[in-house]
Each structure stands twice: as structure tokens, then as C-alpha cells.
Design a protein around this ligand. Structure first.
Ligand code: FES
Length: 163
């Protein structure tokens, strides 16, 4: 959908800005907001570009730079940290070769730190795309990533592309 179509669908009021940004980012392959889209959005909504960029950069769910197809958000708030967040980070580093702020060479995964995801009762926790995983161990993280990679390969095979 174009910027104008999304604004028409959600409504032009300022209170709809976050959901509009979410829609814009979700439809892009690089999981990021496009500066040209934000300029157009500012014009359509009657806001300044600085206001929109400021809002987008305040929330960790939005990105202004290209990211991988899957976003892994590893909680590094104290309850998760105490329960072994460092161990999980190391497991991801070993399996995918990326650390916080990095994207795999094939563009499949980006790893980001996040503050509390509201699931401290099952710490340590990570979120991959829209799914939250708790009570994680190094083995479980490996299994989750393996499942995602297998699903991507299957999807690529079905569509006739290489993963
Ligand atoms: S501290 Fe990690 S989910 Fe709350």
C-alpha cells in the first residue's frame, strides 16, 4: 500500500501515527522505515519530518536503517540478564555469527537488545518477529532458529528461489 492509502485507512489524526509507522515498516522487505515514505507521511499528516523521525527513533520496534528479514530481540533487562541472557547471546553469536546491532550476511536475521518484554515470569526471553519465547536455554534457542531457517528454506523452495 502507498503512504496515502495507509493514512486513508488508519486516519490522519496524530494518535494514529504509531500504527501507520508499523504498517509502513511491516510491508518493507528490509524491516525498516524508508526516509522518502516518512517525508511523504509528514506532508500527508501535516506533521514535521523531525517529529515523525523523532517518534520513530524513540521506539525500538522501529528502525531507520535496513535490517534482516527476521528480527531477534533478546531481552537484556535485569531479570533476563540474571537468568542467562549472556548465554543466549553467545549461542546466537555462535550459530548466526552476529551480535547486537548486526545482520547476517544473507540478510535473514538481525539481532537487537530490548528492554523488558513483559514476560519476566518465563525469563530469559527473546522475541523473534511477533513471537515471544520464554524459559530459554542455549539448546532451545538453537532449535527455534533452526525451525525458522528450515521454514525459510521450504518457503524459498516452494517459490523456486534459493534461501
Ligand atoms: S526482564 Fe526480560 S521479559 Fe521482563
Amino acid at each position: 500500500m502507498t503512504v496515502r492509502q495507509i493514512v486513508r485507512k488508519r486516519g490522519r489524526a496524530r494518535e494514529n501515527l504509531l500504527v501507520i509507522l508499523h504498517d509502513l515498516q511491516k510491508q518493507r522487505c528490509d524491516n525498516a522505515l524508508d526516509h522518502g515514505d516518512l517525508e511523504e507521511l509528514a506532508e500527508v499528516m501535516g506533521l514535521s519530518v523531525a517529529d515523525i523521525v523523532g517518534t520513530a527513533s524513540f521506539y525500538s520496534l522501529f528502525s531507520l536503517k535496513p535490517r534482516g528479514r527476521h528480527i531477534i530481540r533478546l531481552c537484556d533487562s535485569p531479570p533476563c540478564y540474571i537468568m542467562g541472557e549472556e548465554n543466549l547471546r553467545e549461542a546466537i553469536r555462535e550459530r548466526l555469527g552476529i551480535d547486537f546491532g548486526e545482520t547476517t550476511a544473507d540478510g535473514c536475521f538481525t539481532l537487537e537488545p530490548t528492554s523488558c518484554l513483559g514476560a519476566c515470569g518465563v525469563a530469559p526471553v527473546m522475541m523473534v518477529d511477533d513471537e515471544i519465547y520464554g524459559n530459554l536455554t542455549r539448546v532451545k534457542v538453537g532449535e527455534i532458529l533452526e525451525r525458522i531457517q528450515a521454514a525459510d528454506s521450504l518457503g524459498a523452495a516452494v517459490s523456486g528461489k534459493e534461501a
